[in-house]
Design a protein around this ligand. Structure first.
Ligand code: DGL
Length: 278
């Protein structure tokens, strides 16, 4: 029974769609529920307390209303500031964006130099560095805060002079310092990978943690005997906290899904429900 339940995925907006497409590819028998918290976007400029509260509301709704068997926080800002704090409050597995890539980084980039581009809140949390160092990473890590990227990407300008100007400013260090890899430390950034890759020297490896997140989700489902092996037609339900028409046109453009159904959902009252259940 558990196996047929959907997997929940959330982000502040279209960033988590870069993770959803990998999950759909890796787990073609699974159903998904995607929530974009666009009313509170950008998460990268919110306080950790706000992000914790959003994560609690969203996961509570996913577990208690949507009946999801596992939730993916497809957002580095939420993974960096909230997931370790709130995941013990729920009885379903919660997968974030940071831990799944650690093993591969240790295997391929130990003692080397990596740059992580991320939102201001993620960079301030130092969580990417802390998790890597605690796992034994001994190379150099440069965290680069890119505050203008998410608003530009969400406005649909995923190429063009404004984005290029911004990218040149943020990624300048790659021209002065020899780096081995660039990690997309925000799930929105793979949407602008073409621009990023034109600016960063070609010998740098570009790492999107989404692959590792998909593997981690598969392992968790297998471990908890929750993999869906049925051949039933799968579904993806989309929800957002503001402007469903706008989110539907973004899904259409980015994932080539014609006329996706997007429902407006207000989760602001779900915080209390968790508190009562505790
Ligand atoms: N996509 C999210 C992340 O990975 C959040 C971006 C934002 O809302 O600032 O950090």
């Amino acid at each position: 029974m558990q196996a047929k339940k959907p997997i929940g995925i959330f982000d502040s907006g279209i960033g988590g769609l870069t993770v959803l497409r990998k999950l759909q590819h890796a787990l073609p028998h699974e159903h998904f529920v995607y929530f974009a918290d666009t009313a509170n976007l950008p998460y990268g400029e919110k306080t950790p307390e706000q992000i914790i509260s959003y994560a609690r509301q969203t996961i509570s709704w996913m577990q208690n209303v949507k009946g999801t068997k596992l939730v993916v926080a497809a957002c580095h800002t939420s993974s960096a500031t909230a997931i370790d704090i709130v995941s013990g409050e729920f009885n379903i597995p919660i997968v974030g964006t940071i831990y799944p890539m650690v093993e591969s980084l240790l295997a391929h980039y130990q003692n080397r130099c990596v740059g992580i581009i991320a939102t201001p809140t993620s960079v301030q949390s130092r969580m990417h560095e802390n998790i890597l160092k605690n796992a034994g990473f001994q190379g150099e890590i440069y965290s680069i805060s890119c505050p203008k990227f998410v608003p530009i990407i969400e406005s649909g300008r995923i190429s063009g002079p404004e984005l290029t100007r911004c990218a040149r400013e943020y990624l300048d260090i790659f021209n002065h310092k020899k780096m081995d890899a660039l990690i997309y430390g925000c799930t929105h950034y793979p949407w602008i990978s073409e621009t990023i890759q034109q600016i960063v020297p070609s010998e740098v490896d570009f790492l999107d943690p989404a692959e590792h997140i998909a593997s981690k989700v598969s392992q968790e489902l297998y471990k908890h005997k929750m993999l869906n092996t049925s051949w039933d037609k799968t579904s993806t339900q989309f929800f957002t906290s503001s402007n469903p028409e706008r989110f539907a046109s973004q899904i259409n453009l980015l994932l080539s899904i014609p006329n996706p159904v997007v429902k407006l959902t207000d989760l602001s009252h779900f915080d209390q429900q968790v508190a009562v259940n505790q």
